[in-house]
Write a protein that binds this ligand. Structure first.
Ligand code: ISE
Length: 337
């Protein structure tokens, strides 16, 4: 592997473009070697200012290029499995945007392929684990400085949804982050999911029930509730209140300059996840690049991708049935212990 990690970015849409800019300007030890997109013009535009980077429409071709040492997948989830398996076949380090794959069965196939390879190559893009406040909250849980963690109250609000954002996507595109971060904070698997549908907003597109109230339970009985509200209009907000035996911790509150003007006071709400989690994405990608140089992964694993896919499946069933649905997991392979 060359000293500077040559990365093939697969998918030059919203997240892919954000990662290309990041790799190009803020990440040390890596460079964009290729950009792949079904839309060749979009791939070409993405590499226009990057010396030596090539634009392609086929991921397999990119993976075979001599200057490609690693793969960053930012396509829609249904395309991930094929690219992941090809990357494992070439033993390349991968950073795969969430979800690992759209369902637990295909995610499990990826886990098994990695297990056969014998070492971890896939890091999943759950960027919240790299957010400073989530990390601090995780440390409070682990150190037991405030006693045992008992409950988590999470709010996940988006200003609006892109076209085609289905009712199920509230779970597998949005709440998937809470599934992961609750597993990260507690160090436990989620055992059941319930979804309650209350009074909907008139701002949601047809077919989407918004907001929804998701209730989860972990192995030791920690309860978590998530308000997922994806047409909240006012801006982007992700926050958590954690109840411990000896105190309460809040993260994700509004920060930044507090301005008084024209008879009003206040600050700015983040417009979207790129701004809210920009610093976390930088740390995440740097951690992946640094770990790749050591032949390791630097964040959540394929097992985490599989376990959250199983939570999403339970969540979608709970949405449909209104019941409390158990999360069923295969036995965790030793590779992920
Ligand atoms: C989006 O795909 C993300 O990953 C964002 O972090 C999340 O807030 C949003 O709901 C998803 O649609």
């Amino acid at each position: 592997m060359s000293r500077t990690l040559g990365v093939a970015v697969i998918g030059a849409g919203r997240m892919g473009a954000d990662h290309i800019a990041r790799l190009n300007r803020r990440i040390a030890g890596a460079r964009v070697a290729a950009v792949v997109d079904v839309d060749l013009a979009r791939a070409q535009a993405a590499v226009a200012d990057i010396e030596g980077a090539v634009a392609l429409t086929d991921a397999g071709e990119a993976l075979a290029l001599p200057g490609v040492d690693a793969v960053l997948i930012a396509t829609p989830g249904f395309l991930h499995e094929d690219i992941l398996l090809q990357s494992l076949g070439k033993n390349l380090p991968v950073l795969c945007e969430k979800p690992l794959t759209p369902d637990a069965e295909s995610a499990w196939r990826v886990v098994q392929a990695e297990r056969e390879l014998g070492h971890q190559r896939i890091q999943v893009g759950f960027m919240r684990r790299f957010d400073e406040e989530y990390r601090q909250l995780g440390a409070v849980v682990r150190d037991r400085g405030l006693g045992e963690l008992l409950m988590l109250h999470c709010a996940h609000r988006n200003p609006a949804t892109p076209e085609g954002f289905s009712n199920e996507m509230l779970i597998h595109d949005s709440v998937v982050h809470e599934f992961d971060v609750i597993r990260f904070l507690t160090g436990e698997e989620i055992t059941s999911v319930q979804v309650r549908l209350g009074k909907p907003t008139s701002n949601a597109p047809t077919g989407q029930h918004d907001p929804q109230h998701v209730l989860l339970e972990t192995e030791s009985g920690v309860l978590a509730d998530v308000e997922i509200y994806v047409n909240a209009k006012f801006g982007y907000q992700v926050s958590t209140q954690a109840s411990f035996e000896d105190g309460i911790v809040d993260i994700g509150r509004d920060t930044g300059p507090y301005v008084r003007t024209a008879g009003r006071w206040g600050g700015r709400v983040s417009p979207g996840f790129e701004e809210r989690f920009g610093a976390a994405y930088d740390v995440e990608v740097q951690s992946w690049v640094d770990a790749a140089a050591r032949g390791e992964i630097g964040g959540p694993s394929a097992w985490d991708g599989y376990a959250t896919a199983a939570c999403c499946e339970a969540g979608v069933e709970a949405q449909r049935t209104g019941g409390k649905v158990s999360v069923k997991l295969e036995e965790k392979p030793a590779l992920y212990s």
